[in-house]
Write a protein that binds this ligand. Structure first.
Ligand code: DP6
Length: 352
């Protein structure tokens, strides 16, 4: 990673310090589903950052020249030391061997409840990567330059692919493609040419099931390697991206709904049609989709997507969509224990 050359060339200046960042969760419109090598995506994906679903992470570091294995401790409940996190730190230290002289103490919290089925890995790895990178800049006396977010994004990607899209405000694109020349497989880039309507998107998260998911995203990505429809899926994602980029410029809501709903249903269809098929939708997911589709007939400023889970993300325009209160009431009525998180497009990560 050439981006890190200035850190690699520097020597230690400060043995102890800390950094504190918050980063948002994001919701994908074009889905990342399938990966290769070191967390490089099989197709480009596009998402936007949320405003209220955030992770705040404080990292304290200490440097000891005599220490020769990277060490970290977690001192909060919202994050668990697990195989994924051990792998993350080990890969970072392989890429940047000076990290073996560092110990990190990590304190982290989410602004959204733990058990509502909202994945915290994107915001979690984004906030952790930003804080780790700030610590390294401080330790080596290197200025945080204009490439700081790109570097943090490529570190976050190693923790969790979608986390690399959880740094910038507004829309982020990850994955090299011919439509956006500055795009990269290693980090996300911002998409700025966006119609006013889509700069104001609201995202009502409709929680129909709070259980942790039974098949992880990592297992789902793995299944794409042998998937019978993988070639078609990867080329479809490029086509959908191309269409969506122009829809986002022109503000065409009907076409927006067409693409994002197609991506959501394709994601779930890929799970259902893999060699080890599985279902993450529930009967309540289908009810919720039915309700959204019926209101969409009256009011087209409305669309939905899904992550790799049973909950629905409902997009609407805060002023133009007139049916949202009725829609919510009907979802509450038809789905037992249905909960909402009201969120919207956000302004990205920031230092605390
Ligand atoms: C369905 O980023 O959670 O949310 O890279 O294995 O950590 P790992 O997977 P992850 O996959 C997210 C998949 C998705 C679609 C998306 O966000 O693009």
């Amino acid at each position: 990673m050439k981006l890190f050359n200035n850190l690699k060339a520097s020597s230690i200046e400060k043995n102890q310090g800390e950094a504190h960042w918050q980063a948002p969760s994001n919701i994908a419109l074009i889905k990342y589903w399938g990966k290769r090598e070191l967390q490089l995506p099989s197709n480009p994906s596009l998402s936007f950052s949320l405003s209220k679903c955030l992770t705040q992470t404080k990292v304290k570091y200490s440097f000891d020249q005599k220490q020769n294995k990277i060490a970290y401790t977690l001192i909060s409940q919202d994050i668990k030391s697990n195989a994924k996190m051990n792998k993350f730190f080990n890969i970072l230290a392989e890429l940047f061997p000076k990290l073996h002289h560092f110990s990190f103490e990590i304190e982290t919290q989410n602004t959204f409840p733990h058990s509502v089925g909202i994945a915290s890995s994107a915001s979690g790895y984004a906030a952790l990567s930003l804080s780790l990178l700030s610590c390294l800049h401080e330790a080596f006396g290197v200025e945080e330059d204009e490439n700081f977010f790109k570097k943090a994004s490529s570190i976050a990607r190693i923790g969790s692919g979608s986390a690399c899209r959880s740094l910038l405000g507004g829309f982020s694109l990850w994955g090299k493609n011919k439509y956006v020349p500055q795009s990269s497989d290693e980090y996300s880039v911002g998409i700025d040419d966006i119609h006013q309507d889509f700069r104001e998107l609201n995202n009502l998260i409709c929680i129909v099931d709070k259980e942790p998911k039974k098949v992880s995203s990592s297992q789902g990505h793995e299944l794409m390697n042998q998937h019978p429809f993988k070639v078609q899926r990867f080329s479809q994602a490029y086509e959908n991206l191309n269409s969506l980029l122009s829809i986002l410029r022109t503000g065409d809501w009907r076409s927006f709904a067409g693409i994002v709903e197609n991506e959501a249903l394709t994601l779930h269809a890929l799970m259902m049609s893999s060699d080890s098929p599985y279902l993450l939708m529930t009967a309540d997911t289908l009810k919720a989709i039915e309700v959204v589709k019926s209101y969409q007939k009256q009011d087209h400023y409305l669309a939905y997507t899904m992550d790799a889970g049973p909950n629905l993300h409902i997009f609407y325009h805060p002023q133009k969509c007139k049916v949202i209160d009725k829609l919510k009431a009907e979802l509450k009525e038809r789905i037992e224990d249905c909960d909402f998180i009201e969120d919207k497009i956000g302004s990205g990560a920031r230092k605390l």
